[in-house]
Design a protein around this ligand. Structure first.
Ligand SMILES: Nc1nc2c(ncn2[C@@H]2O[C@H](COP(=O)(O)OP(=O)(O)OP(=O)(O)O)[C@@H](O)[C@H]2O)c(=O)[nH]1
Ligand SMILES: [Mg+2]
Length: 193
């Protein structure tokens, strides 16, 4: 969808397990990735609202699967982050189970999954595990390398090559900054085609 314009957006609910919202046929766009890569910030920047999905410099901010209704037509689904060492083992395991439940047990099938990584950091082992899961479950996904404002332009091409060498040259990869909004159209094109 070109010129995708967000007209309305509202928080609907956060879930931690089976919920009747999953039976709603409204297509879901899911945002997944390691903790602190900027999933919630990315949703906020796409919809032009700073405070919609709560973000924090402290990892582990999002602890539920949050559903936002966009233009009465799509759910943007903000997932908790995985793989951050500085939250407790128990909390980490709980979040991991929740993410795998959402993506892995076929109760829902998001129309598109947006896998977010930190542009500066690249793909970590947890991301590669996530990619395996997404492939195994047959999810349609793209990778958004966020925080591109923090990467030196001299490093950008190298990082792009490095990531593509790990996932395949034809893979859909978009560099983005939730902070500046640079790359927003590419992200929207990646999501809505
Ligand atoms: N410089 C820069 N900082 C960003 C960008 N996107 C997010 N951040 C910062 O990164 C931190 C984490 O952002 P969140 O949106 O809470 O990250 P998250 O992935 O939702 O984190 P969890 O909910 O803990 O999994 C915050 O301090 C944001 O301000 C970006 O594009 N550029
Ligand atoms: Mg979050």
């Amino acid at each position: 969808m070109n010129n995708f314009e967000i007209k309305t957006v509202e928080f609907v609910r956060g879930i931690v397990g089976t919920n009747d919202i999953l039976e709603d046929p409204t297509p879901q766009i899911a945002f997944v990735g390691r903790s602190n890569v900027g999933k919630s910030s990315l949703i906020n920047s796409l919809v032009g609202r700073n405070d919609l999905a709560r973000s924090s410099s402290k990892p582990g901010k999002t602890t539920e699967i949050n559903f936002f209704l966009v233009n009465d037509a799509y759910y943007f689904v903000d997932l908790p982050g995985y793989g951050f060492a500085k939250i407790s083992q128990k909390q980490r395991e709980k979040l991991r189970k929740l993410i795998i439940w959402y993506l892995g047990y076929g109760e829902v099938k998001p129309k598109k999954v947006v896998l977010i990584i930190d542009a500066n950091v690249g793909l970590k082992p947890f991301d590669l595990e996530m990619i395996d899961l997404l492939k195994k479950e047959g999810h349609d996904f793209l990778i958004v390398a966020n925080k591109v404002d923090k990467i030196k332009s001299s490093k950008l091409e190298k990082q792009k090559r490095e990531i593509l060498s790990q996932v395949g040259q034809d893979f859909e990869l978009v560099f983005y900054s939730s902070k500046t909004g640079k790359g927003k159209n590419d992200v929207l094109k990646g999501i809505f085609g």
